[in-house]
Design a protein around this ligand. Structure first.
Ligand SMILES: Nc1nc2c(c(=O)[nH]1)N[C@H]1C(S)=C(S)[C@@H](COP(=O)(O)O)O[C@H]1N2
Ligand SMILES: [Mo]
Length: 371
């Protein structure tokens, strides 16, 4: 038996044609839960219903004695405790966050990893200090190119022992659209342990991996960060041997509150004939969602849904709604979002080895039965 880390931590791979979900993938799915899709009905996701993704363990972090260090290529490095962070003027952003691997388990072939269907999304009100305010205060020195964020969690991935660590380009870290937050509250309460207590990064519009939880250090650097979560993971690749492109902002996606009622085991949706209101949420990390269309015939014809923007919340999902007339028989409902920059969800799966950023349209089979 291989006693090195490689023995417990294999390379990334794609499932074989007939390979079902493994017990390892099930273990990940049981730890990392999604948003029950009926809870798309809430504009702000209630506590406990927001999706969770944790690579290693939820670390034990004691708020007493906890400090966030901000240093590297700066004039005056600082260490800030929670009281020091709370002393800044608090800023709140309502942000829809989605895991870059959302939709992965529906891909064919299936990348073997956290097996999300489509439910790795949630919207929360995050409160904290804008990162640019902290960086202005410590004084970023000339020659800085990136900012590296380190979490308090530690583990092994693909044979590499590591702290969870990601970077942002300096212009993104200092930007005000989106405004990156060092957040200490979620929906007005201290962060729950699974969402990064006591402090996490929030990068509105970007996929989840950028929002480093259990944040303990911020370091300004003069070279691009090449750590595991930046250069190995979270790259869009067709083959294992290419460097790939980094995963950044969230591609547009619309999801539907599953109509009617479900079967316990199969989750098959059942409705009765007549008017069935269809509703859900749609988002894009690039631009506001401008259009949501629904098809009841597999994409042959489309009906525009009413889209309600959240005034004052540019980083939060939009509600959509349309009325469908159900007739007895089997139907497949499809929903498709388009953002203001013309990005539209594809009808064919966008595939890459990690299953990142794929935003295939959602398809919901519905059985309509007479009462
Ligand atoms: N320190 C740390 N930060 C992390 C992660 C992690 O495992 N460790 N997971 C990332 C990923 S992949 C996602 S999708 C989001 C999930 O955030 P949530 O669990 O609050 O929804 O956190 C990100 N931040
Ligand atoms: Mo993620």
């Amino acid at each position: 038996m291989d006693r090195s880390l490689q023995g417990v931590s294999g390379p990334g791979r794609v499932a074989g044609p007939e390979e079902g979900i493994s017990t390892q993938e099930l273990a990940l799915a049981a730890r990392n839960h999604g948003l029950p899709l009926e809870c798309l009905r809430y504009e702000v996701t209630p506590p406990g219903l927001h999706y969770v993704l944790v690579h290693y363990d939820i670390p034990a972090v004691d708020a007493t004695g906890w400090e966030l260090t901000v240093g590297g290529l700066v004039h005056t490095p600082v260490a800030l405790d929670l009281a020091a962070l709370r002393a800044y003027r608090p800023v709140t952003h309502r942000v829809t966050m989605e895991c870059a691997g959302n939709g992965r388990a529906l891909l064919s072939p299936r990348p073997v990893s956290q097996p999300w269907l489509v439910e790795a999304v949630g919207t929360a009100e995050w409160t904290g200090v804008p990162l640019r305010i902290l960086l202005d205060e410590v004084g970023v020195e000339p020659g800085a190119v990136e900012v590296v964020f380190t979490g308090a969690d530690h583990g092994v991935e693909r044979g590499v022992e590591q702290d969870y660590r990601r970077s942002l380009p300096l212009d993104v870290a200092l930007g005000d659209v989106p405004e990156v937050l060092v957040a200490y509250a979620m929906n007005g309460e201290p962060l729950p342990p699974q969402h990064g207590f006591p402090v996490r990064l929030v990068v509105p519009g970007w996929y989840g991996m950028a929002h480093v939880k259990w944040l303990r250090d911020v370091t300004v650097t003069d070279t691009p960060f090449t750590g595991f979560q930046q250069s190995v993971a979270y790259r869009i690749r067709q083959s294992a041997d290419e460097p790939g492109a980094p995963v950044t902002r969230i591609a547009p996606r619309a999801l539907m509150v599953p109509p009617g009622f479900p079967d316990f085991m199969s989750r098959q949706r059942v409705v009765h004939p007549g008017f069935v209101p269809l509703e859900g949420r749609a988002w894009s990390g690039w631009a506001p969602v401008e259009r949501v269309e629904v098809s009841a015939d597999g994409g042959g014809s489309w009906t525009d849904a009413d889209v309600g923007r959240q005034a004052g919340h540019p980083w939060a999902w939009a509600a959509w709604r349309v009325l469908w007339t159900a007739t007895p028989g089997e139907h497949v409902l499809t929903v498709r979002a388009t953002d203001a920059e013309g990005r539209v969800q594809p009808m064919e799966q966008p595939w890459n080895r990690g299953g990142f950023g794929n935003n295939l349209v959602q398809q919901v089979p519905v059985l309509c039965v007479s009462t």
